[in-house]
Design a protein around this ligand. Structure first.
Ligand SMILES: Cc1cc2nc3c(=O)[nH]c(=O)nc-3n(C[C@H](O)[C@H](O)[C@H](O)COP(=O)(O)OP(=O)(O)OC[C@H]3O[C@@H](n4cnc5c(N)ncnc54)[C@H](O)[C@@H]3O)c2cc1C
Length: 521
């Protein structure tokens, strides 16, 4: 009989033998009666004096099940996506634009279905791109086509590689994680409640995924930029790619939310767009050991590094402040994809072993916060640009991040920078005035209280970097239930379409749209 046991309690770093014994003890049976023990989910329980692991497992029991056991049930069957296949496809090849998580997954699923997609990416392949980004972080040399935001792997390549998602679409999340594992990620991501892979692993995984797309009949071109779509009578008829025409009737547009030229092109071509809310703020870093102590009572080598998620609203109708994209043991980085505009974000390596942890502290903004900034549907981009230009100037106009100690930001005082910080490309600056006053006001009142809610965290150790402006898309490319724009054959996809945010949700959006396209063949 196959059983599922919920809430099995084990120490961090438990061995397979300890797990088997714990399962047998829970079922009040002999370990020899158990086989095919498999962990389905694993999370850290930090409620007690020292952290424990909580597991959900599946196991075959030989013999009968005792009555009255808690947290035991018959193992339910797992719902799986069966990738659809089109036999003997001979039509026009679908075009996928952008090799970020959304475009890679769409191209993979289309290739697997036999539709031989062409995947184009304006930036470089992961390896040369990584070298270019290294020189950007060293001396501020920016390539506007291949950078921290553009290139194979998309904005997700130099990221924390957190694979958490609030999506309820568990079968597709599972499919995406299995594709990652088949491309070289650790199988741990299939069971961890907060899966993480890290930038160094992504740099290997993404080219492996590209090879699989090619093996399945897809084609991948780098340094290939979508200049414009060819639209006739409301249908996609082709695309101009770096000056050359390509005939297609299907385009998955997965260009991310940094490709502002794409939004301009779509607006000019009459593709329906609408403005949407997003969030802006700062990135804050504090010593990682303080976070471990606040969350777990100390550091535990078997548990990795602790993270946090905080939110605060000062008064009922006030704006909230919330943390986003926390990177334990990570690095704060400068990001740019056009001259003179700069934003910040956080990344980490698989070991998450850097001494500082960082997170964005964000305040939501709505289209009503940025009226009269050019075309209404693109006003959010103009709003972002103002903050990004101000940060660029405050950082010394060489893509160094303007930074200030939190305590000095609160008092409006001049700052020096602590030598212990993750970002060497940072300059001391006055951060007041770089963000709209209502955002700064919310940050000034909420951030100290949020930090104080973590026991032992010292305010005078916190360092702020400006500004976080690209937490999600400021524009939505309108689409219907099937994922299609009113321009038939155009499938806006991923974060840039405004329907997804983060690696997993953008990736499963790519899988879903590919299934939608396959269903039309
Ligand atoms: C530093 C950083 C850290 C992050 N950390 C995390 C994290 O830990 N976990 C998480 O879930 N999310 C994280 N994110 C967010 C995550 O990376 C994005 O949500 C995700 O990458 C969006 O995927 P996407 O495919 O929709 O778009 P993108 O990843 O932005 O990819 C779009 C791609 O399209 C290409 N492109 C643009 N225009 C054109 C054109 N005209 N022609 C051809 N190609 C084009 C771009 O070059 C780019 O490669 C992070 C983001 C950043 C910047």
């Amino acid at each position: 009989m196959k059983l599922k046991i919920n809430q099995l309690d084990l120490p961090p770093g438990y061995s397979p033998e300890q797990l088997l014994k714990a399962a047998a003890k829970h079922l009040r049976c002999d370990p020899a009666a158990l086989s095919n023990l498999q962990t389905l989910r694993r999370s850290i329980d930090a409620r007690g004096r020292s952290p424990r692991m909580t597991l959900t497992v599946e196991v075959d029991l030989a013999g009968s099940l005792r009555n009255g056991l808690r947290n035991v049930e018959k193992a339910p069957s797992v719902e799986r996506i069966v990738p659809p296949v089109v036999a003997g496809f001979s039509g026009r090849r679908p075009l996928v634009v952008g090799a970020g998580p959304a475009g890679l997954m769409a191209a993979f699923a289309l290739a697997e279905a036999g539709l031989k997609p062409l995947l184009i990416e304006r930036g470089e392949a992961a390896a040369p791109r990584a070298k270019r980004v290294e020189s950007f972080w060293k001396d501020g040399t920016l390539d506007v086509e291949s950078n921290v935001l553009y290139g194979e792997g998309g904005a997700g390549l130099f990221s924390d590689g957190k694979l958490t998602s609030r999506s309820k679409d568990r079968p597709r999340v599972r499919r995406l994680l299995e594709i990652f594992v088949a491309s070289g990620a650790s199988p741990d991501i299939l069971i961890d409640a907060e899966p993480h892979i890290g930038s160094d692993v992504l740099e290997e995984l993404v080219p492996a995924l590209r090879s699989r797309i090619i093996e399945l009949g897809g084609e991948v071109r780098f340094g290939a930029r979508l200049d414009r779509l060819e639209i006739e009578n409301g249908n996609v008829r082709g695309a101009v790619i770096s000056g050359e025409e390509f005939r297609t009737d299907t385009c998955v547009l997965a260009t991310g939310h940094s490709a502002r030229d794409i939004y301009e092109m779509l607006a000019e071509q009459g593709v329906p767009l609408e403005p949407k809310g997003f969030a802006v703020g700062v990135r804050l870093e504090i010593p990682q050991h303080r976070i471990d102590t606040a969350q777990w009572g100390g550091s535990f080598p078997n548990l990795g590094k602790a993270s946090f998620r905080l939110t605060r609203r000062e008064e009922e109708n006030a704006r909230s402040c919330y943390t986003f994209c926390m990177c334990p043991g990570g690095l704060v980085i400068s990001c740019a994809s056009s001259e003179g505009l700069m934003t910040t974000n956080g990344m980490s390596l698989s070991k998450r072993d850097k001494p500082m942890g960082n997170a964005a502290f964000l305040v939501p903004v709505m289209p009503s916060d940025f009226p009269n900034l050019g075309k209404p549907e693109l006003a959010g981009i103009e709003f972002q640009k103002k903050m990004e230009a101000a940060a660029f100037a405050a950082g010394g106009s060489d893509y160094s991040l303007p930074a200030q100690r939190l305590v000095d930001f609160l008092e409006g005082a001049e700052s020096d920078l602590p030598s212990e910080r993750s970002c060497t490309m940072a300059r001391p600056a006055q951060l007041r005035g770089l963000l709209p006053e209502f955002v700064e006001h919310t940050l000034r009142s909420a951030v100290p209280k949020m930090l104080r809610s973590m026991r032992g965290v010292q305010l005078d150790e916190a360092l702020l970097y400006a500004s976080e402006t690209r937490s999600s898309s400021p524009v939505r490319i309108v689409r219907d239930e099937e994922g299609q724009s009113v321009i038939r054959g155009l499938y806006p996809c991923g974060e840039g379409a405004g329907y997804a945010g983060g690696i997993v949700s953008s990736g499963i959006d790519g899988l879903r749209l590919a299934e939608s396209i396959v269903a039309t063949r």
